[in-house]
Design a protein around this ligand. Sequence first.
Ligand code: GDP
Ligand code: K
Ligand code: MG
Length: 289
Amino acid sequence: MKAGFVSIFGRPNAGKSTLLNALMGEKLAIVSPKVQTTRHRIKGILTEPEYQIIFSDTPGIIEPKYKLQEKMMFAVRQALEDVDVALLMVDVKENLVEVNTIFEALRLKVPAIIVVNKLDDVSAARKEEVFAFFGSKSYCKAIAGISALKKTGLQELINAILQFLPDNPPFFEGDEMTDLPTRFFCAELIREKIFYLYQEEIPYHTTVIVNEFKEKSSLIKISADIIVNRETQKGILLGVGGKMIKQLGTEARKDIEQFLGQKVFLELFVKVRPKWRDNEFMLKEYGYH
Ligand code: GDP
Ligand code: K
Ligand code: MG
């Protein structure tokens, strides 16, 4: 059997999280049109009779400006070190020279497959141009064109990956889909809704932690804290008469119910923790290791 580890790299919004979800057929990684939605390294374990591929989604490659971002880049660097194949993902419309500079700076020691994404949204001529550009780069061992959104080109991508995977026994049981606890995914689904419902900097000042996850007879009771930096942000999250947080709760609950396949009772609390993004102790508490 072939088995190994594959990390997905790329700039913010290339479509890394969408690809992980498409490959897994399950929403493991939250997705939004805003950059830096993904903060953790999230594993998806794809097991078939002939192979097991352990994919890691990673935060987009950026220059860190605060400690939370340093942790995010640490997750990226770590994901570069111990894999069999790196997927270097580009949005087909990105600036190729800029992307190439970033990919070269990674100084990869592992084989890289260039994954050209969002082909649903571009001309055949542009696709040719992008393929020709990366095809000539020394770090590019193979190139695959996909649409993560429309789920096209995925089998070809898997075939390309399999060329580089070693013969190994499986690392995980066949029914394991990820290495992270369920409550982590529930917190992430709440965080995703915050990216959609609130403007500008609010999502970047916010994190979510699930404090209680209890299976009762017919439903699951989940309590979560939404952590913000300032009182004013708490006010924005709540909205006039609690209108916004109510909507947040309803939308998040629906997604969590779909993820768990069970009815959920969701309670949300907003807490102010000044400067949590730069506080080592709080970052640990909120799951950023
Ligand atoms: P990440 O930051 O690299 O993880 O990117 P996301 O997966 O969060 O996607 C960023 C945005 O690009 C979202 O709005 C996605 O819906 C969109 N997107 C991802 N893949 C595709 C694709 O294949 N085609 C199109 N048209 N949009 C995509
Ligand atoms: K994103
Ligand atoms: Mg992402």
